[in-house]
Design a protein around this ligand. Structure first.
Ligand SMILES: Cc1ncc(C[n+]2csc(CCOP(=O)(O)OP(=O)(O)O)c2C)c(N)n1
Length: 360
């Protein structure tokens, strides 16, 4: 028996270790994490939450453009990505600030991108195998499979973790990526963050399948539906899929069953399509709340540590904000000059037009 057969998605059994109050309900599967790792999950989730909150403040005060909030989805990302090495790959969508931070991307890179400075994503540190944020829904799934296939051909053991949303599974790209990954047994961990909505489209209108995890079966790979707000369950599922991929066992589809606690983006008003009651119910399942309760019951965290983390988070977010705001703006030439070896006439005309309206 494997984790995937124990949690056969066709039987609708979701992997959960902590219930919504933070109590262990599956002792057998509780991983033996060191105190350092337990606290690392706490620190990274707390940092991601505050860094996300700061983006909202900057956007609302005109210091940042629109962006996709990650509030509520920290547990679907941090416990998985923390298991990657520097040689592995992270291929994100656009709601993966917690994953990016965990992988080691400086927060200011994300801030810069949403401030309209492409350098944020074009200048990912060289020692970080991270693809840029992908706004065209689902396209990154194909990039992930291509990267993983290249690693396989090079005979490395490097794994690619690819994130996308429930809406992404309706794109042709997703089907092509899954099919290719199944046939070529590429070392990809596909993580669908089923946060119940694709903008205003609810999950049940997205697909007629009972779970998203079961879609894996059609591509000849394993799928597991996991409580995406349970850091322990996500850790265990991530470990299973990463180790399997490393050993040549191919891809896994993890459906992280979660909820976006905020709007789709800062340009959205979720009150138009979600009830307050529903949001309140999910707030009770907040992954950071659940994790804190678990750590307190285990006596693995102290009030002093919580306070110190809070101060560290505040300083780190302030540092990143300053770094982003003090980065010189990119030139208009930079926006146009690097797609083609020789800039086509029509782009040259557009460049001149932009320069006319925004003199540097
Ligand atoms: C190919 C494409 N179609 C449409 C859009 C507009 N769009 C942006 S996000 C989004 C919904 C995505 O939902 P989901 O994949 O569930 O991810 P979530 O936003 O919930 O994280 C849509 C339709 C886009 N960016 N790309």
């Amino acid at each position: 028996m494997t984790l995937a057969t124990d949690f056969d998605p066709m039987k609708g059994k979701m992997l959960q270790i902590l219930d919504k109050t933070g109590k262990v309900i599956n002792k057998k599967l509780e991983p033996k994490l060191s105190k350092q790792d337990l606290l690392k999950i706490y620190k990274l989730m707390a940092l991601a939450r505050r860094a996300d909150d700061k983006r909202l403040k900057m956007q609302r005060t005109g210091r940042m453009g629109t962006f996709a909030e990650s509030k509520g989805q920290e547990a679907a990302q941090v416990p998985v990505v923390m298991q990657l090495t520097k040689k592995d790959w992270l291929v994100p969508s656009f709601r993966e600030l917690p994953a990016q931070i965990t992988f080691g991307l400086p927060i200011e890179n994300d801030y810069l991108y949403y401030m309209g400075n492409e350098k944020g994503m074009q200048q990912i540190p060289k020692d970080l195998n991270m693809a840029p944020i992908s706004v065209p829904v689902g396209t990154q799934t194909l990039h992930a499979v291509g990267i993983a296939w290249a690693e396989k051909l090079k005979k490395t053991k490097n794994v690619t973790v690819c994130y996308f949303g429930d809406g992404g599974t309706s794109e042709g790209d997703f089907h092509e990526a899954m099919n290719f990954a199944g046939v070529f047994k590429t070392p990809v961990v596909f993580i669908c963050q089923n946060n119940q909505y694709a903008i205003s489209v609810p999950r049940e209108k997205q697909t007629a399948s009972k779970t998203i995890a079961q879609k894996a079966i059609g591509y000849g790979m394993e799928g597991i539906q996991v409580d995406g707000n349970d850091p322990l369950a996500m850790y265990v599922a991530g470990k299973y899929a990463i180790e399997k991929a490393r050993k040549g066992g191919g891809s896994t589809l993890i459906e992280a069953y979660t909820y976006r606690l905020a709007n789709h983006t800062t340009a959205d008003d979720a009150t138009k399509y979600r009830t307050e009651k529903e949001v309140k119910e999910w707030e009770k399942k907040d992954p950071i709340l659940r994790w804190t309760t678990y750590l307190k019951a285990k006596k693995a965290i102290t009030d002093k540590f919580i306070k110190e983390t809070d101060e560290w988070v505040e300083q780190e977010v302030a540092r990143a904000t300053k770094a982003a705001e003090e980065t010189p703006k990119i030139s208009i030439d930079d926006i146009f000059d690097y797609t083609y070896e020789t800039t086509p006439q029509y782009l040259e005309e557009q460049k001149q037009e932009v320069k006319k309206y925004y003199p540097e």
